[in-house]
Design a protein around this ligand. Structure first.
Ligand SMILES: *Cc1c(COP(=O)(O)O)cnc(C)c1O
Length: 490
């Protein structure tokens, strides 16, 4: 075999310690089955604190709203509910998520309602005093009508904008088109509607969410929001917050060199100058056109030098194109609050997904390793995130250890049920009964796409906490961030 092309995960404490406790993780899967999701709720709180530290460094006020769509658990929002109410809230994108947030102890004033909304969602959000992040002028009309008809309290709303353009003569659209938010040419009508509905809503700020890692695009959008707030004030409105959404990203692969080597090797494999790196030569969006690599790889940038809170820091410090000053300065000068809605990055290092090895089958030059999970259970691959699982051997490892390339396949009777489409290199061949731990799956990849196909079991989710020298675990639904008198967990 060639030199193994590892993509080893970035693992930080306390997730790193949890991974070292192989007997504990095996005992969990023995009891609760494969696949199994394991969450570290305290890490979500620590991540929120890291975002808050960036706020403090820039002297900014405002909230960190965890985007609940990233994970279905109860443990993460319940843990966040005990954080400072003025500093931490949640972003909900459906009636179900709103109900879930309320049931986890988050009061309405800590909830940001985003996404497309049906009347029930709007009514409940207004009823409990959540902030409504307006998707469109039509949604505003609907909300105002509900407020009047049911005598609801005046609702705080943010105007979500999209389709930001270059200033000045250029009309080049610099951000990709979005199906959400109000484009620039419709903001005037939106503000007119806000004023018409002044009895029912109060415009407290402006918002955007750009699903990209492009920093310049976001700096530009933030600046345009500040300029838009000036416009609002010129019209006699008094909004004071900018909500810059999520998309701060996560670094999955620890080593920049491994990521570089792997992506270079993918191009070489597509060109045919080295053996395929993937199942049936899949190119992840790249193709060979007469000896040249074309297309763009549909991959998440696996190694990220700055992500999460560090990315926010960079965003706040990068001079904006029109006014020439850093967004943090613009916000501070205007005394605007800053809100963020991190999903993936707030769930960074908050969990892992375990799968049992059910079969190891030699196939010519590699092995098929069949796991007790399917491609819907653990969707790093679906999200274009390429990162190796961590093998957790059962008992003593085999005496001879030799790196191998394997293909990880799922438990469905379906050719396409591949856990990864690439050849995954492991330091040794797994054995039946071993576990593979997929690290950092709490953001979108542990339960977002899980389904009941073939009546395979859905993963259970447990929340674990460090307790002196060992780990305490509870089913996710039984996790509460309090202890009973006498010190036993709730
Ligand atoms: C999905 C979403 C987020 C979270 O995005 P991440 O990339 O997970 O940080 C935040 N805000 C809105 C409106 C969203 O739709």
């Amino acid at each position: 075999m060639d030199v193994p092309l590892y993509l080893r995960p970035r693992v930080e404490p306390p997730l790193a310690q949890l991974l070292e406790d192989t007997p504990f993780l095996h005992s969990l899967v023995d009891a609760l089955g494969s696949p199994l999701n394991v969450l570290l709720p305290d890490t979500a709180a620590a991540n929120a604190a890291r975002f808050r530290a960036v706020y403090r460094r820039h002297h900014l006020a405002g909230r960190v709203y965890f985007a609940l769509k990233a994970n279905r658990s109860a443990a993460l929002p319940r843990r966040l509910a005990v954080e400072d109410p003025a500093a931490v809230g949640v972003d909900v994108a459906s009636t179900g998520e709103l109900r879930h947030a309320l049931g986890c102890g988050l009061t309405g004033d800590r909830i940001m309602a985003t996404g497309p909304k049906d009347p029930e969602f709007l009514w409940l959000a207004a009823r409990v005093g959540a902030t409504v992040n307006l998707d469109s002028a039509g949604e505003l009309d609907q909300l105002a009508a509900l407020v009047r008809k049911y005598g609801l309290p005046r609702v705080q709303v943010l105007a979500r904008l999209s389709g930001f353009e270059a200033g000045g003569a250029g009309t080049r659209v610099l951000s990709r088109r979005s199906r959400f938010g109000t484009p620039p040419h419709d903001t005037d009508a939106l503000l007119t509607a806000v004023q018409r509905h002044a009895d029912a809503v109060e415009l407290t700020g402006v918002a955007y969410h750009l699903d990209t890692t492009g920093l310049e695009e976001k700096v530009r959008a933030l600046e345009q929001c500040v300029l838009f707030l000036d416009e609002c004030r010129a019209r006699g409105l008094a909004p004071r917050a900018v909500d810059i959404g999520g998309g701060f990203g996560v670094g999955y692969v620890a080593d920049a060199g491994e990521w570089e080597r792997w992506t270079t090797a993918l191009s070489e494999a597509v060109l045919g100058v080295r053996p395929p790196l993937t199942w049936r030569g899949h190119g992840y969006g790249l193709r060979n056109e007469g000896g040249t690599v074309r297309g763009t790889a549909a991959l998440y940038p696996g190694h990220r030098p700055t992500a999460g809170p560090g990315y926010l820091d960079e965003l706040l410090s990068t001079p904006a194109p029109v006014l020439g000053r850093a967004p943090a300065t613009l916000l501070l000068e205007h005394l605007h609050d800053l809100h963020v809605e991190p999903g993936r990055s707030l769930a960074d290092q908050c969990g892992l997904t375990l799968a049992r090895v059910l079969e190891v089958r030699p196939t010519g030059d590699t092995h098929l390793v069949r796991l007790g999970m399917n491609a819907g259970d653990m969707t790093l691959e679906e999200h274009g995130v390429l990162v190796d699982p961590v093998p957790l051997p059962r008992g003593d490892p085999a005496p001879e250890e030799r790196p191998v390339g394997v293909h990880l396949v799922g438990n469905l009777c379906l050719e396409a049920d591949l856990i990864t489409r690439r050849t995954v290199f492991l330091p040794r061949l797994p054995r039946v009964g071993d576990l593979l731990a997929f690290v950092n799956t709490a953001g979108y990849t542990m339960d977002f796409h899980a389904h009941h196909a073939q009546r395979q079991p859905l993963a259970r989710t447990v929340a674990v906490e460090r307790e002196e020298e060992s780990w305490r675990w509870r089913l996710d639904e039984d996790y509460w961030p309090i202890t009973h008198p006498g010190g036993t967990p709730a």
